[in-house]
Write a new protein. Structure first.
Lengths: 289, 168
């Protein structure tokens, strides 16, 4: 024991561990900005990550390497059919939209959020180097007007939100991250509110705090409720795959399959501004939050 | 001098590969922890004290890059390296299974420490059986990668750039 106390490595380690605990307690809560050291490290990595992201786009993943030409042809055929179906659907929807616009003017309603999303496209250049947090790094940062808390989406659905920003890059917390929670509702009925949270894997989300009398069922579409001020309303999250009653009998929990394939995201859209009860920018909304 | 430069560059390069190449080539949804592999090898070749200090700074680099709970990986990697360094005096390091086994045990220990710290520090942290599956796959992935890496590291530490005596 005495020998251990005389060892200077021991005291150095004690000092480092105490320092680490101090750092952890100061970085555990939501911070507004990264420290200068963190920014320098992030800036050092960004150019290299930009370089290899194009390599990843070309090579793909294990699945791409081992999937044969037949699989790819089948996928192309399916996408072709889907494209035709969506084009047809789009024609009808355009008609509906004009009708809704006319009716809105007649009733005197404000236009919906989705008409006023200001979107900034960004390329995914890196991902989380570990398994505990699920995040992406994109090639847009402070200089492009990005701020902490902005919503990030993809044409297929909600991706997550900006967690922290450096000059040239930003870290996006994915919906699947264990620390993410988003206010959500059932698109079809709009009568159910709950919270969608990440489970730490890219194929499953969980919607909790659903009241027992809710009509939610398998196949329902889940969208953002707009109750959380930094997420615009009506962004598609995913589809309900199962619903169970909690042991207390008062609440339901649903498993949701995310609309976005998080493992294959190459580009995302950052919502830099959206219309909320009039006209509010995201940074203003975040400040209000 | 070259030795210290390589020792400093290894975690930097490992983190770069983890966030780009290996994030795209996951095994069962798990990304390997190359930083931990190099920390475990360093502790195995040196001592508990030196290993723990090296592990601390490698973990700190990872924490500063991630920007959340700075110090979490520093603590876990320092502790793992210390434990590896404590038992390294009793093993035959020329045996490759020692290297692979050390990495497997180090990955398990690191995961347990990270998990405990995360549970203690996070306000929101959702847990299910997926955590265990990810840990198992990471142990497997790290063990596979440790075979070629240990062959290189051991030889380098004995007679190459990473040799301690007679600085190059």
């Amino acid at each position: 024991m005495l020998r251990l106390l005389k060892n200077w490595y021991f005291w150095l380690l004690v000092l480092l561990l105490v320092g680490a605990l101090f750092l952890m307690s100061h970085t555990a809560t939501n911070r507004e900005n990264l420290s200068p050291v963190e920014r320098i490290i992030r800036e050092a990595y960004t150019p290299m990550q930009r370089g290899v992201s194009s390599f990843k786009t070309r090579v793909g993943s294990w699945n791409d390497i081992f999937s044969g030409k037949g699989d790819l042809q089948r996928e192309i055929d399916e996408l072709h059919k889907e494209n035709q179906r969506l084009s047809l659907e789009n024609q009808f929807l355009r008609e509906y939209r004009h009708e809704v616009d006319r009716l809105r003017i007649l009733v005197g309603f404000e236009e919906s959020n989705q008409d006023h999303l200001e979107l900034l496209p960004a390329r995914v250049i890196a991902r989380s180097p570990g398994n505990w947090y699920h995040y992406l790094v994109i090639d847009r940062g402070l200089r492009d007007g990005l701020r902490k808390g902005m919503t990030v989406m993809h044409p297929s659905g909600l991706v997550g939100r900006v967690e922290n920003v450096s000059n040239t890059s930003a870290q996006i917390s994915l919906l699947t991250d264990r620390e993410t929670a988003v206010g959500a509702t059932v698109e079809e009925t709009r009568d159910t509110s709950g919270i969608v949270e990440g489970m730490g894997n890219s194929r499953e989300l969980r919607m909790i705090n659903i009241p027992y009398y809710s009509q939610i069922k398998k196949g329902n579409r889940i969208v953002t409720s707009g109750l959380s001020i930094s997420y615009p309303q009506g962004i598609y999250i995913g589809k309900v795959t199962s619903v169970i009653r909690e042991s207390n009998g008062l609440l339901l929990t649903a498993t949701v399959q995310p609309a976005v394939n998080f493992d294959r995201l190459e580009e995302v859209l950052v919502v830099t501004g959206f219309n909320r009860e009039g006209s509010t920018s995201v940074s203003e909304a975040i400040e209000e939050d | 001098m070259v030795r210290y430069l390589i020792l400093a560059l290894l975690p930097f390069l490992a983190l770069f590969l983890q966030s780009t190449f290996f994030a795209a080539f996951k095994l069962g949804g798990a990304v390997p922890d190359l930083v931990l592999i190099f920390v475990a090898f360093y502790a195995l070749m040196n001592s508990a004290g030196k290993g723990a200090v090296y592990g601390f700074f490698c973990g700190l680099l990872e924490d500063l890059y991630t920007g959340r709970f700075v110090g979490m990986n520093a603590i876990s990697k320092a502790l793992v390296a210390y434990l590896v360094g404590r038992y390294q005096v009793n093993v035959f390091k020329e045996n490759i299974f020692v290297g692979v086994g050390t990495v497997a045990v180090a990955t398990l220990l690191n995961s347990v420490i990270l998990f405990a710290v995360s549970l203690g520090m996070s306000e929101v942290f959702h847990v299910d059986s997926g955590v265990l599956t990810t840990v198992i796959y990471q142990i497997l992935y790290n063990s596979i990668l440790s075979v070629p890496l240990y062959l290189w590291y051991y030889n380098s530490a004995k007679s190459g750039w990473l040799r301690y005596n007679g600085e190059r």
